[in-house]
Design a protein around this ligand. Sequence first.
Ligand code: VGL
Ligand code: ZN
Length: 199
Amino acid sequence: MAKDALIVIDVQNDFCPGGALGVDGGDEIVPIINKLIMRFDHVILTQDWHSAGHSSFASSHPGNAPFETIMMPYGEQTLWPDHCIRGTAGADFHHDLQWTKAELVIRKGFRPHVDSYSAFFENDHTTPTGLAGYLREREITNVTFAGLATDYCVAYSALDAIENGFAADVLLDACRGINLGGSLAAMITKMRKAGVTLV
Ligand code: VGL
Ligand code: ZN
């Protein structure tokens, strides 16, 4: 029998309007996600959790500005404003998010030299977060994603879920995107082609 989990991606203050990397409408999804949390038997959260001076921050690269792309040893990396520094208010979950039911919080992006969009792997696509093993051991086969941002952490998580043998749904109404240079349309096409169910 299929076992389902809801995975709520990065519903943190810095990704909501007014935050360091505020996503348009990011706070609108909180009441929708709270209803989903009530409906699912198993709930997992992710939390972007960067070290100060993280290598994905433009401020760590003199001469580069936020939203530019640079080459890292593991490939291309978009540079971001400083955001979700562990222990700061910006890294906290949105204060209306009803997160207490969560059975697991996966923190990611804490290694100084590699960013992590996906809930499963760092951006080097080889360092695991442990989530795949956790889901397998719990016999969870189907994962449903909601949260921020559609075209970054949600999309990379859903693609890795499929690649690791899980069925993956993305609830687009319960997500909001950053949309850098057409990234939203591109990632939606990529997810659809990979076999993610877009709802
Ligand atoms: C995210 C950019 C940088 C996300 C995290 O949660 O989508 N995007 N860090
Ligand atoms: Zn980040």
